[in-house]
Ligand binder design. Structure first.
Ligand code: SF4
Length: 295
């Protein structure tokens, strides 16, 4: 099979081959997501997975060390199933010692401390979690399936197990007029959880998202481009953990990357400089052109 479309990887894992081990997402309810609409969550049969590992092995370089597991949330699978996949990978590509992949906050909650340690022992040393926001109202409205306290608790458990992690922050998720609340709550919650990296993505509604119904019914209004930029600035300004912040997704209008706290002041100043130069209409046209956005 070798990858059923669509599959994704974060920018820092672009050189890690993707290995799909599940279809769909076990949650599938987030209002801002249509990635796996209509695709049931299933574990792929091992013979399909091994066939794909064979294909990766054919083109693997001698220094290939890391594989990125895909499907919506591969770490929803039991640890024994994941370990069986790692066995198959390492039989065919012995240089592989590290695994990443997308993960839900609740996938971590559903694993015991012992499970997490077993994963770390097998090389699961950095994963990517869709935390999205630390603002409970926004998380509940979007049916994200976790609350802010879960983010902090599961982040702490990952630290205890020795696993590094990246969070997504979905700027604009709280809707028009709520950006500052979202930024402040999220900065506090993310800082308590302590990700090593935060990827900022800007909400870009399309007609295929469940959120389109919320917009049509007047339950959610998109924030302006200026409000989103100021939200991101407030979020960065109030982070109090040590992490890399990357705001360079193609939905982001003002793009930057830097370490917090090392570059924090410079990032805030950069946004001070850029926000007055933003053109609301041009930014919206970019979203429509790139993503078929509907506001
Ligand atoms: S958990 Fe992730 S993949 Fe699943 S519905 Fe939500 S945003 Fe989409």
């Amino acid at each position: 099979m070798l990858i059923e479309s669509p599959q994704h990887r974060p920018p820092h894992d672009m050189s890690s081959p993707m290995l799909q081990i599940v279809t769909g997402c076990s949650h599938g309810k987030c209002h801002f997501c249509d990635i796996f609409t209509g695709v049931p969550f299933t574990a792929l049969p091992m013979d399909e997975i091994t066939a794909d590992i064979d294909k990766i092995a054919q083109t693997a370089t001698a220094d290939l060390r890391r594989i990125y597991l895909t499907g919506g949330n591969p770490f929803a699978l039991p640890v024994s199933k994941l370990e069986a996949v790692f066995d198959e990978v390492e039989q065919r590509i012995p240089t592989v010692k590290s695994y990443g992949g997308f993960c839900r906050i609740m996938d971590i909650e559903h694993k015991s401390d012992e499970d997490l340690k077993r994963l770390v022992a097998r090389g699961v040393d950095e994963i990517t979690l869709g935390a999205e926001s630390g603002f409970d109202e926004a998380l509940a409205f979007m049916e994200k399936g976790h609350v802010a306290a879960d983010i902090v608790e599961q982040g702490q458990r990952l630290h205890d197990a020795g696993m590094r992690f990246t969070f997504f922050y979905l700027a604009g998720m709280a809707g028009a007029g709520r950006g500052q609340e979202n930024a402040l709550a999220s900065a506090e919650v993310f800082s308590q959880a302590g990700p090593s990296r935060i990827l900022v993505v800007t909400i870009t509604p399309t007609k295929d998202w469940p959120l389109a119904h919320d917009i049509e019914a007047g339950r959610w209004q998109p924030p302006s481009e200026g409000e989103i930029a100021r939200e991101i600035q407030t979020f960065v300004r109030h982070l109090s953990c040590t992490c890399m912040v990357n705001c360079s997704h193609d939905t982001d209008i003002i793009r930057f990357e830097g370490m917090v706290p090392l570059n924090q002041q410079k990032l805030v100043e950069l946004m001070d400089h850029r926000i007055p130069q933003m053109n609301e209409q041009a930014a919206r046209r970019m979203r429509e052109a790139l993503h078929g956005a509907t506001f």
